[in-house]
Write a protein that binds this ligand. Structure first.
Ligand code: ATP
Ligand code: MG
Ligand code: MG
Ligand code: MG
Length: 576
């Protein structure tokens, strides 16, 4: 590809709504262009990355024995009514009507359609196992679309669905996919972790998420450095012993001081007065003002008085922040925050809370809460400001760093991740609802055993950037770079030698099968290099008059601090 024929459109400034680095850099590098909330055009430079992601996923899915098909994006509601999801799914499901007032949905995933296909096509156990997949547009009307491609409303997902004759065979199909996912994510060259996830009503351990490790990730993952235990927070909490727990053993920002109540210590930390009768304390926040209107700028410190009765509530001011709203009763708090009613010990918020205060983001994680009795309060408060963007607050947890790992092989650590894939054993949930049966060896109808397997195709490049960038721009792993190599001639319009050498090298690299771009735009070196550093092409070759006279070209990897001289005739071999 020649730059003059391609489309390159870089920006100096990131858009104001770009909170995370991947969103900023993908926009600045001209890879995506926003059309509406969570809706983006994939510009030529970005599409090349997405196509490379798709190609790797397709190759490995095919290798694992899955077969590709493509299902409609707009799907009749009848199928979704069969499983009850048309009603149950809530506002994330985009429902539309056609000119005849018939209901449709825009696929957020495609269990219904694939199960409909399977019940028509698969009649006998002899046709099983089968795994169908598609790489297709999805739409989810996310409550908070954000972070560019990371949480879009329209996005591309690879979704696969396995069909088997019995649970044992279905588990084999699941394992085949879990293995294929490891191969896929290894090929992207990213640091990731496969973590156990909640398998919902189906139970068992057959649900894993693939999480790219990144501080900006929206998910908290819990793992044990000394063993292979790893789970998402939801799953880790489901496994953790319920009810009041002893204080965490590992020191965090604050640990209880002997002779001082937890509440007192927190109050001191925050510089708020503490009533002597305070028995319990909850730090709570919500973007709501005194009138109960959402403002996104309130932080509250609630000091709860009374011995678990919590009938009196005091609102303390957090310094520098506006104090918010007050609650009259414990019931109101429970109701407002969606807490379990009548708590003792740790309360668990059912929804995550993000604290935004005065355009400054305050992160609270590993909060403190609980009854203020010996060994009853939770420790591990982290109350910080000016923490790296975007500050995300996990829900109130009863699993904290330093807890013993459930496998008994060490203590737990917590890190943040971006969910890029999910494998899930479904059992007969959909086949039963839609009466998808096959005839078994004895000629008896049986419900098909299913599994579903997703990969966030368009989320993946964003996750890759969160992990691979510097102050100048993106640093793509080779596997998904828009171009692997860029050839940068210096002053080709002034020097026929430079132009000839660049053209020749470009042709040779093309012939060698290298995904190369020749920058023939005639830009000045500074602007040209800045573009390629922003776009993140991993390998750059610079051709200048002076070097050519000595028979040398310059090679520089995007991560290298300086260029390396390589002989004109050695470059193709050097790069292969
Ligand atoms: P999340 O927890 O991030 O909302 P999910 O669990 O709802 O994701 P799945 O239903 O498991 O998502 O879908 C499979 C994959 O699709 C996810 O692992 C993720 O990589 C990707 N994905 C889901 N929602 C989005 C989105 N809004 N934008 C981009 N990719 C997404
Ligand atoms: Mg979701
Ligand atoms: Mg998820
Ligand atoms: Mg998921």
């Amino acid at each position: 590809m020649k730059a003059s024929q391609f489309f390159i459109s870089t920006l100096k400034e990131a858009p104001a709504d770009a909170e995370v680095v991947s969103h900023q850099l993908m926009t600045r590098a001209g890879m995506i262009k926003k059309l509406g909330a969570g809706i983006y055009s994939y510009m030529p430079m970005g599409l090349r990355v997405i196509r490379k992601v798709e190609a790797i996923v397709r190759e490995e899915m095919n290798r694992a024995g899955a077969v590709e098909l493509s299902m409609p994006v707009v799907q009749p509601a009848e199928l979704w009514q069969e499983t009850g999801r048309f009603e149950k799914m809530g506002p994330e499901l985009l429902r539309i009507k056609d000119r005849h007032e018939r209901d449709y949905v825009v696929q957020p995933t495609s269990e219904e359609v694939i199960t409909d296909i399977a019940r028509q096509e698969i009649k006998s156990y002899k046709q099983l196992p089968r795994n169908f997949y598609q790489i297709q547009t999805k739409f989810r009307d996310e409550r908070r679309p954000r972070f560019g491609l990371m949480r879009g409303r329209e996005f591309t997902m690879k979704d696969a669905y396995s069909f088997d004759r019995d649970p044992a065979a279905a588990k084999t199909s699941y394992q085949v996919m879990a293995q294929a996912y490891r191969r896929i994510f290894d090929r992207f060259g990213l640091t990731y972790r496969a973590v156990a996830a909640d398998s919902g009503a189906i139970g068992g351990d057959l649900s894993e998420e693939f999480q790219v490790i990144a501080a900006t990730g929206e998910d908290a993952i819990v793992y044990c450095p000394g063993s292979d235990y790893a789970a998402n927070m939801e799953k880790a909490e489901a496994l953790a012993p319920a009810g009041p727990r002893p204080a965490a053993t590992q020191a965090m920002t604050m640990t209880p001081t002997p002779g001082k109540s937890t509440c007192a210590a927190v109050a001191e930390l925050l510089g708020v007065p503490l009533s002597t009768t305070v028995k319990s304390l909850v730090l709570a926040t919500d973007p709501v003002n005194e009138q109960g209107e959402a403002t996104g700028s309130q932080v509250w410190l609630l000091l709860l008085r009374g011995d678990h009765g919590m009938n009196e509530v005091k609102v303390g001011k957090v310094p520098g922040l506006d104090a918010g709203f007050r609650f009259a009763s414990a019931a109101e708090i429970d109701e407002h925050f969606g807490c379990e009613p009548g708590y003792l010990g740790p309360i668990k918020l059912k929804k995550p809370v993000k604290i935004v205060a005065d355009r400054e983001v305050v992160v609270m994680s590993d909060w403190i809460c609980g009854a203020n009795a010996p060994d009853f309060h939770l420790t591990g408060v982290n109350w910080g400001r000016d923490l790296p963007e975007p500050a995300l607050v996990a829900d109130l947890r009863n699993v904290v760093e330093g807890d013993a790992s459930p496998d008994g092989r060490g203590v737990l650590a917590i890190e943040r991740g971006i969910e890029i894939g999910h494998v899930f054993y479904l059992g007969t949930k959909y086949s039963r609802a839609m009466n998808a049966t096959f005839l078994d060896v004895n000629g008896k109808p049986q419900f098909m055993e299913m599994g579903c397997y997703g990969i966030g195709i368009t989320r993946l490049p964003a996750a890759a950037i969160e992990q691979n960038h510097d102050e100048r721009g993106i640093i793509w792993p080779d596997a998904i770079a828009p171009f692997t190599v860029v050839v940068c001639p210096i002053g080709p319009d002034r020097s026929p030698d430079v132009k000839a050498a660049a053209d020749k090298l470009y042709e040779e690299l093309l012939a060698a099968g290298v995904d190369v771009l020749l920058d023939d735009r005639g830009e000045r070196p500074g602007a040209m290099f800045a573009d390629w550093e922003l776009i993140g092409v991993p390998h750059r070759i610079t051709i200048g008059d002076r070097g050519l006279k000595e028979g040398q070209l310059e090679y520089q990897h995007r991560r290298d601090a300086a260029a390396t001289k390589v002989g004109v005739h050695d470059m193709v071999a050097f790069l292969s």
